[in-house]
Design a protein around this ligand. Structure first.
Ligand code: NAD
Length: 410
């Protein structure tokens, strides 16, 4: 299995071949500023907890907290590095960090989940806060978990401190629009790309791997804009219908039945028009656009040659290994890299934090307008750089990001 932190180093090496980066700065960028770890307990059991503070040259550390059995130091380090470059790529005043707990949250009761989440905050309290390090949700963490965390933080701080975490429920200092902003942002970027390519979104077929927070909102937005969402999947498998799904109906079904592959006989999807597929099959479908929205290392050298989609929109972090990237680039596939494609989430978090810091409340219109403004500009910068240096979008995004971080460090 590809070590995701090795991918980070490779990406940095690629950039240093294209632009001049001071050697000392480059070496510093290959290591996190600070690694925090310890044990947290829930229901009498202990779990390993992490926070990696990668770089804060451009602002406080920022990044989500993941609860997953496979969370490990290399993964958290890679995710923290990617946050650093993501915040720089879309030009928001944050550095990068990431956290997690190696746990299967599906095996915990609600009380145990709360105990675990409050424990994480007590463990890292001294090192986090609105101007130091601001965590947010990631895989298998959600607004409820952020609510417990901000409550624990506020108790320890002796005052309400909503700006210490983003991704909170709206009634607890969260922002309208934040929960769906990763997906909304991804679709804003996709539409900009299609404009550059002179393609009409209407009727373009899309397959989405992962039907959690990011995947299901992406399906909603795509459907709304006229794309045809033909395949969806979650950790238990997927469903395919060449005529397209109604994402709202499928979402309701997943909530009721617990798994997408139980939904192929529901609503508009019947055995006759839709069928069960595996996650591997989903990636190789003959569609216009493929959206990985689950975990890293899904597109590898083993399956890259079988990918048929012309556009890959990386809503997940690190879904494509560097070797797969090379294969896809040779095949002239367009990959919208994670640090651009899914940056709507952290831009949305930044808006939530701004509102908390200024005791302000934005409405949906303002949130969407600001998100659009920020991401269209970011896309333009990266698109221009890719044309100027004749490089693909991923490298262009890293060049733009490393230039900005290096400037702040130098
Ligand atoms: P989530 O926990 O809400 O959903 C994860 C989804 O992936 C679930 O549907 C799960 O069933 C599915 N999944 C898990 N293992 C899978 C597998 N092996 N194959 C297929 N599907 C699988 O998480 P999320 O917040 O939607 O995050 C998804 C991805 O997006 C992650 O890579 C995350 O880092 C990235 N991301 C999330 C945000 C955010 O705001 N939540 C922002 C930027 C990037």
């Amino acid at each position: 299995m590809q070590n995701p932190f090795d991918s980070v180093i490779e990406q940095l090496e690629n950039v240093s071949k294209l632009i001049e980066v001071d050697t000392k700065i480059l070496e510093k960028l290959k290591k996190p500023n600070k690694i925090l770890e310890g044990e947290v307990s829930a229901g009498g059991k202990k779990y390993h907890a992490y926070r990696v503070q990668y770089n804060n040259a451009r602002g406080p550390y920022k990044g989500g907290i993941r609860y997953h059995p496979q969370v490990n130091m290399d993964e958290v380090k890679a995710l923290a590095a990617w946050m650093t470059f993501k915040c720089a790529a879309v030009n928001i005043p944050y550095g990068g960090g990431k956290g997690g707990i190696a746990v299967d949250p599906k095996g915990l009761t609600r009380d145990e989940l709360e105990e675990l989440s409050r424990g994480w905050v007590r463990l890292f309290f001294k090192d986090i806060g609105p101007e130091k390090d601001i965590p947010a949700p990631d895989v298998y963490t959600n607004p409820q978990i952020m609510e417990w965390m901000v409550d624990e933080y506020s108790k320890l701080a002796g005052k309400p401190t909503p700006a210490a975490f983003t991704g909170k429920p709206i009634e607890r200092g969260g922002s309208i629009g934040r929960e769906s902003s990763t997906s909304e942002g991804g679709i804003i970027i996709l539409l900009e790309l299609l404009k550059k390519l002179g393609k009409d979104p209407k009727g373009l077929t899309v397959a989405i791997q992962g039907y959690g927070n990011v995947g299901h909102f992406a399906a909603f937005y795509l459907h709304e804009k006229g794309f045809k969402v033909v395949a969806l999947s979650d950790s238990k498998g997927g469903i395919y219908n060449p005529d397209g799904f109604e994402p709202q109906k499928i979402f309701k079904c997943k909530l009721e039945k617990g798994a997408l592959n139980q939904c192929h006989i529901e609503g508009s999807v019947t055995d006759a028009e839709g069928k069960k597929i595996t996650n591997e099959e989903l990636l190789e479908l003959d569609v216009d656009i493929l959206i990985p929205a689950a975990l890293e290392n899904q597109i590898t050298e083993e399956n890259a040659n079988n990918i048929k989609a012309d556009i890959i929109l990386e809503l997940a972090n690190g879904p494509t290994t560097p070797k797969a990237d090379t294969i896809l680039n040779k095949k002239r596939k367009i990959i919208v890299p994670d640090i651009l494609a899914n940056a709507g989430g952290v831009v949305g978090s930044y808006f939530e934090w701004l509102q908390n810091m200024k005791n302000d409340k934005w409405d949906e219109k303002k949130f969407s307008e600001e998100l659009n403004k920020n991401l269209v500009l970011a896309f333009e910068d990266i698109w221009k750089k890719s044309k100027e240096l004749d490089i693909e979008l991923r490298t262009a995004a890293y060049v733009v990001a490393v230039e900005r971080v290096a400037k702040a460090m130098g």
